[in-house]
Design a protein around this ligand. Structure first.
Ligand SMILES: [Zn+2]
Length: 320
């Protein structure tokens, strides 16, 4: 299936990315065509263009792109859109913009974050990430919480859903109660197409991620539009998905807190014990360390833990 109508004027463009489900979302107005996320380098030609053809449209008809967040599988098609001559106004949040515009910045701040803790992706993953990111492409501006996009016959609102990234955005169509949330909530992690849990849900701020789950609950959407999950359709399924996302945060907090000891320990220690408790994860397992780090930060803020620099120069945490 190259395109799937989910609601009138709202479409999902489904594909497969490695072992996982993958999707971009499209909102079709009479005057404007909004694409939510551009995928990886190659997604536009391989999936978005064929999907638009089904609607008798082409990538040159896209007027607006909202990039949900700074991860290569959500913006890597930006350069491709430009190569195809697209005039679309491509925007993201102000927070995520510098990472989306520069491979050097995202490689240092997002994907290289683990290095100061002695953790890293393997070489093959680094190669894949750089290729997927496509060419550095300047955005046309930023978009913030509360901005409405009047597309002609349909109006959607951009909402801030931080946590997975500092500036993660979603797009909501209130009339149909459709919340296109991409990676803003990540259940208990990412699954293969045969529903095997393989990768952890990374988030950089526990408070922001919990706040996003709460905000989505209060919006009471009838469906979630995600990047990597099977359809989350109906109030019960949305409730279950948000409950599972919240339960994971509670479980990871318990796992991290249980390992706080008088003896200071590095992130790698907390990551390995957490992986055993809430995983184990077979792919991109290192990304759990980002969430573990966020829980340790929160424990320090709340006075449950103290942090210092260990003998090898790496950060360590102990019980307060
Ligand atoms: Zn992501």
């Amino acid at each position: 299936m190259v395109i799937e109508q989910v609601q009138p004027r709202i479409y999902k463009i489904p594909s497969i990315l490695g072992p996982r489900r993958f999707a971009q979302w499209l909102v079709v107005g009479d005057e404007r065509l909004l694409l939510v996320d551009s995928g990886i380098d190659g997604t536009i030609a391989e999936h978005v263009a064929p999907a638009l053809r089904e609607l008798d449209r082409s990538p040159s008809d896209i007027t607006d792109v909202v990039v949900s967040h700074a991860d290569v599988d959500h913006y890597g098609g930006n350069g491709e859109l430009r190569r195809l001559g697209s005039q679309a106004r491509i925007r993201s949040s102000a927070e995520d913009r510098p990472l989306i515009e520069s491979w050097a910045v995202i490689a240092r701040e997002r994907y290289g974050w683990y290095r100061e803790h002695g953790l890293d992706y393997d070489d093959a993953t680094w190669q894949w990430l750089e290729q997927a990111a496509g060419t550095d492409t300047p955005l046309d501006g930023t978009v913030a919480d509360g901005e409405t996009l009047e597309l002609g016959g349909i109006t959607v609102e951009v909402i801030a859903l931080p946590g997975h990234s500092p500036g993660h955005l979603g797009v909501v169509h209130h009339e149909s109660r459709t919340a296109i949330v991409m990676d803003a909530v990540l259940e208990r992690g990412l699954y293969t197409t045969s529903d095997e849990l393989i990768s952890p849900p990374p988030y950089g701020s526990v408070a922001s991620y919990r706040g996003t789950i709460a905000r989505l609950r209060s919006l009471r959407p009838a469906r979630l539009g995600t990047s990597h999950y099977a359809p989350v359709e109906g109030d019960a399924a949305v409730g279950d998905f948000l409950d599972a996302s919240a339960a994971f945060v509670d479980d990871l907090d318990a796992a991290v807190t249980a390992e706080l000891d008088a003896e200071p320990r590095p992130l790698e220690y907390f990551w390995r014990t957490a992986d055993a408790a809430v995983g184990p994860f077979s792919e991109m397992a290192v990304e759990l360390a980002r969430s573990v780090g966020a829980h340790l930060d929160e424990a320090v803020e709340q006075g449950r833990a103290v942090t210092s620099t260990g003998a090898d120069g790496r950060r360590v945490w102990a019980s307060a």
